[in-house]
Design a protein around this ligand. Structure first.
Ligand code: UD1
Length: 363
């Protein structure tokens, strides 16, 4: 019997951990899963609603860390997680993704000599100004088992000198959640509530500090949206960081003047899945959404200069457009005139069974 602490911290962690914990519960003779929530995200819309939608069991331990600077947040997770590990004496700690909680918990374990597995290992944007890239690089250096979503991730790890026996290609666990929940998401009434017709709207998400904390960049993106929204309503579930910076940068009036740009509160997993899976176009700076739109065949414009998920560009619908106004508008026009890629593609091992392969690797 393996006792495994599964760490969640921020919104993009929940849909990765949910299918893993569910798979462990299906193998009770082999696995005793615990869920530890660091509290990096804490709003009901950023956390609780995902536990409900994804049927993720309530956390066994909640560290209640909350928001702070990178150093303070990372340190707080470490201080509060260490006694949990000492007390529970797990066989494995499983961390996912690239948020501050991922690195903080991995670092605690390696110093205590407790084995750590990193799910979604090996992704690289090669942009070290992104906090997530630092979290990825360091977590992969210290974790014992690196569970990768795509062959490019294996190649990145090998190029960094990681011994092959620490690397296991298991596929994309976030797609387990996507495929398991597609049917349930059909019951969502979100499109009716918003009054939008199928394929007659775009969905926008934006929360990277490099986009929303910089006035010039944010302004270039808004200029593109001003043009796009003339042809297509743009539904914009606003991340709390973005909500704050819109006010701080004095952009409230400009945004309010864009009648077809509809700011709404962050959505739960099922409502959001229902919304973007029926969209004409998605514009985003998220990592996970690049993958989800690839699997569903929804054109995706990534408002960044790079991606740690190149397979979504090679095989999928993703186009890296950066933050130049004209480039964004031109790429959006391709989606509107029907020339964007819309073929749904599942890269190798994005098959809904990554969580079982993760369990096999832990055993
Ligand atoms: C974090 C992750 C990022 C991930 C994103 C998804 C890191 C370094 N960043 O960024 O990789 O893509 O989550 O959402 O780990 N806030 C709230 N309520 C919440 C959470 C945050 O109001 O529940 C506000 C706070 O004002 C906070 C700000 O949002 O200061 C940013 O939150 P933080 O967790 O620091 O980073 P994210 O931008 O959410």
């Amino acid at each position: 019997m393996l006792k495994v602490i599964n760490v969640v911290g921020a919104r993009p962690n929940f849909m990765k951990v949910a299918p893993i914990v569910a798979a462990m519960k299906r193998r009770p003779a082999q696995f005793q899963p615990l869920v530890v929530h660091t509290g990096q995200h804490y709003d009901a819309a950023m956390s609780d609603s995902f536990f409900r939608d994804l049927e993720l069991p309530e956390p066994d331990v909640h560290l209640g860390v909350g928001s702070a600077s990178h150093a303070a947040q990372t340190a707080a997770v470490m201080e509060r997680f260490e006694p949990v590990v000492l007390n529970e004496k797990p066989d494995w700690v499983l961390v996912v993704g690239d948020v501050n909680s991922t690195l903080a918990c991995a670092l605690v374990c390696v110093k205590l000599g407790v084995k750590v597995a990193h799910v979604e290992a090996g992704l690289r944007s090669r942009d070290r100004t992104m906090p997530e890239e630092i979290n990825r690089l360091l977590t992969d250096q210290i974790a014992d088992l690196l569970l990768t979503p795509s062959p490019d991730a294996d190649a990145n790890l090998r190029a960094e000198g990681i011994p092959p026996e620490r690397i296991r290609f298991v596929g994309n666990v976030m797609i387990d959640s996507l495929l398991q929940n597609l049917e349930r998401a059909r019951a969502s009434r979100i499109r009716g509530e918003l009054g939008v017709a199928d394929s007659a709207y775009a969905v926008l998400t934006l929360h990277r500090p490099s986009n929303v904390d910089r006035p010039e960049t944010f302004s270039r993106i808004l200029s593109a949206l001003e043009t796009i929204a003339k042809t297509l309503p743009v539904i914009f579930p606003v991340h709390p960081r973005t909500r704050k910076t819109i006010a701080e940068l004095g952009l409230n009036d400009r945004v309010a003047a864009m009648k077809n740009l509809r700011l709404i509160d962050p959505l739960g997993y099922l409502d959001f899945l229902n919304l973007y899976s029926n969209a004409r176009l998605v514009l985003t700076d998220s990592g996970g959404i690049q993958e989800e739109t690839t699997v569903l065949g929804i054109p995706c414009l990534t408002l960044r200069e790079n991606t740690e998920r190149p397979i979504t560009v090679e095989l999928g619908t993703n186009v890296i457009v950066g933050t130049d106004t004209a480039r964004i508008v031109t790429a959006a026009a391709a989606a509107l005139n029907g020339s964007a890629k819309t073929t749904a593609r599942r890269p190798p091992l994005w098959d809904g069974h990554a969580s079982e392969r993760i369990l096999d690797a832990l055993e």
